[in-house]
Design a binder for this molecule. Structure first.
Ligand code: AMP
Length: 386
């Protein structure tokens, strides 16, 4: 049986966020239809540009059945969902789910994720899985402070984690009660020189491509800037990072795209997280590569050959809701940002603005990553009216 899902078919996207929105744009460009399962919200960033928005919970059997019925292949833009029902209904209806549900289940739980990474031979920070206050105290003593405690599920953008230099019984109990209801992982703080990521795509035949290495800076746990090629990582480490990402994708038998986030300390790499979907750090590939991370996801899940993916020097800066905090209430100065004709502005169509919420991003391409970053940061600065 051919594994190709040909243009004209419907891509089912689990999740209603901006990643699905950008995948929808790619799908439409190639003549696919798109159905989005939002998890409950209406008028989502993804749903607004899809052909059909199924605004229902991931555990709503009838709605999931309808979504599966609309889809010729199902993929993910969000991994924090109950996988079982969806995978089961899709399997009964013979609709391929790419990447497979077991990869999503591993990525959504930090303990399972660590075990999958270790099974793939990837280096990870020393860690302990704990479920109780006394377990947490033992882990702090074993690993030696400082450590970071992270909730095993539903933690993202630095949410659901605390850094500890010491702990007593009361503090440990408080941490368990607030973020540890499903368990925690406690890990050593990695004294990294840089944070990088690699987005690798793997097709149904096992062929792989990548966009090279992205160098990322987080502010308050949220990705703030990405540049490619990396400015503080040499070619050997960059090559090792790409190899590592490809090894993990191969080990997982992934079909789709996988982002592997890593810490770099000297020449050493430590994998922090994986996301089996396009990633914030890959947004610059929309302009920097002939085939973006979204284009590769689409090609991979549809069984099409992967595209050319090498990147020109580029930078991405995030636009957060904080930029709307303008006393004059006029919102960001888009026209000012766009005075530079090389500014690529992306907005995700979110009506509700909140501090820390990702509202959009800016990408610039230039002769070097440093120049691209300067331009992107200058454009973001011009958005601020005060
Ligand atoms: P995460 O939610 O695991 O992606 O963490 C968000 C950010 O917190 C990372 O991008 C790092 O900047 C920082 N971080 C997380 N874990 C560690 C660690 N073990 N050592 C040092 N920094 C960390």
């Amino acid at each position: 049986m051919s594994q190709v899902v040909a243009p004209g078919a419907t891509i089912g996207i689990v999740g209603g966020g901006q990643l699905g929105r950008m995948l929808s744009f790619e799908g439409h460009r190639l003549g696919y239809r798109v159905a989005v399962l939002t998890g409950g919200n209406k008028d989502t960033p993804g749903g607004r540009v899809a052909d059909v928005e199924v605004a229902a919970g991931y555990d709503d059997g009838l709605a999931v059945q309808r979504f599966v019925g609309l889809s010729d292949v199902i993929t993910w833009e969000f991994e924090n969902v109950e996988v079982g029902l969806l995978a089961d209904l899709a399997s009964r209806a013979n609709v391929p789910v790419r990447p497979g549900g077991s990869i999503i289940a591993a990525a959504q739980h930090r303990g399972r994720e660590r075990r999958a990474l270790m099974a793939a031979g990837a280096p990870v920070a020393a860690f302990r899985e704990v479920a109780t206050a006394s377990g947490l105290l033992r882990a702090v003593a074993d690993l030696g402070p400082p450590v970071i405690a992270k909730r095993v599920r539903f933690g993202y953008d630095g949410r659901g984690q605390v850094r500890l230099v010491s702990a007593d019984q009361t503090a440990a109990r408080h941490i368990i009660e607030t973020i540890g209801e499903e368990g925690l992982i406690v890990e050593e703080v990695v004294p990294f020189d840089a944070e990088i990521s690699v987005v690798v795509a793997r097709g149904v035949t096992g062929e792989m491509t990548h966009h090279g290495v992205m160098e990322n800076v987080h502010v308050s746990g949220i990705l703030d800037t990405t540049v490619t090629p990396p400015v503080s990582v040499g070619p050997d480490v960059a090559a090792a990072a790409v190899d590592l990402a490809a090894t993990i994708a191969g080990h997982l038998e992934l079909v789709g795209v996988l982002c592997v986030e890593m810490f770099v300390t000297g020449d050493e790499l430590v994998v922090n997280e994986i996301a089996p979907r396009p990633h914030n750090s890959g947004h610059c590939t929309i302009e920097a590569a002939s085939t973006s991370q979204f284009g590769q996801q689409l090609r991979a899940i549809c069984g099409l050959p992967l595209g050319e993916s090498s990147c020109r020097p580029a930078a991405m800066v995030q636009i957060l809701g904080d930029l709307w905090d303008d006393p004059s209430d006029r919102g960001p100065a888009w026209d000012e940002a766009m005075i530079d004709p090389g500014v690529y502005l992306h907005l995700y169509g979110k009506d509700e603005v909140r501090p820390g919420r990702k509202m959009g991003h800016i990408t610039c391409i230039d002769s070097s990553a440093e120049r691209a970053l300067e331009r992107a940061i200058a454009a973001r600065r011009r958005l601020r009216r005060w």
